[in-house]
Every structure is written in structure tokens, then in C-alpha cells.
Write a protein that binds this ligand. Sequence first.
Ligand SMILES: [Zn+2]
Length: 146
Amino acid sequence: MAKRCAPTPTRPDYTTSPGRSRNMAAIRRVDTKPEVALRSQLHRLGFRFRKDFPIRIEGRLIRPDIVFTRRKIAIFVDGCFWHCCPVHGQAPKVNGEYWYPKLERNVIRDREQTGALESAGWTVLRFWSHDPADLVADAVNQVLSV
Ligand SMILES: [Zn+2]
């Protein structure tokens, strides 16, 4: 009994962008760490940022993958499995009763962290690990250029 997780509304959707299959194939082949790919894209664009920078809000410790401290921009690259991506996220059929609540808790925590950051004045950008790094970097670039 596999249940699909509820999609979260806070991420831009790149799944329909042209060149997706090519990009996804490339990502799968060369890079298993999408946040590493994104960081190097952002470095290439000349951005300086902190990685895994701990942000403390109301006793809660949040570690976004990429943080622009001065601009108060927090970026997460969420793994498809652990964060229930609507395309690839699915609780495993085996031990589903173990996995489903576990993954559901991750989704709830993501939502809470986003909410806590936003109410503390942060801009939160969440992406899926399947999103092509170059498109994600473009989106981040646009936000930073405002
Ligand atoms: Zn995915």
C-alpha cells in the first residue's frame, strides 16, 4: 500500500521545463549531491553564501543548505525521497507503515521551518533535488537581483 505524500506548495515547479529529461539524466550521471551542484553554479555566478549555516528561531535550530545571511535568504534543496517530492516521493511499499509517518513528519517539519523562517523575516526558497541545478541557480539569481 503505497501512499503519495501531499505536495508542498512552496517550491517552484521545474518539472515541466524544456530540457528536463536531459538535465535529469546528466544530474543522475555526474552528481548525486544536487546541493553541491547548486553551490558550484552559484559560485560560478559570483555569489558568496554560507552552507549549512545554523539559524536559531524561537529555540528551533534550522540549517538550510545555502544561506545568504545579509539578505536573509534561506535555500533548501530537498531530497525527493525524504521530503516527499510529488514526482518521485512515495513511501516504500515494504514497511510502508514505518516509512509513511516518518516521511510525513519530514514534510510537516519542512512546513514549520519555512513558516518560522518567514515570520522571522527570511525569504525561503525550497527546491527539489531533481530540479536541474542551472535552472535553480537562475531562480536564485533572480531573487537576489531584486
Ligand atoms: Zn523528485
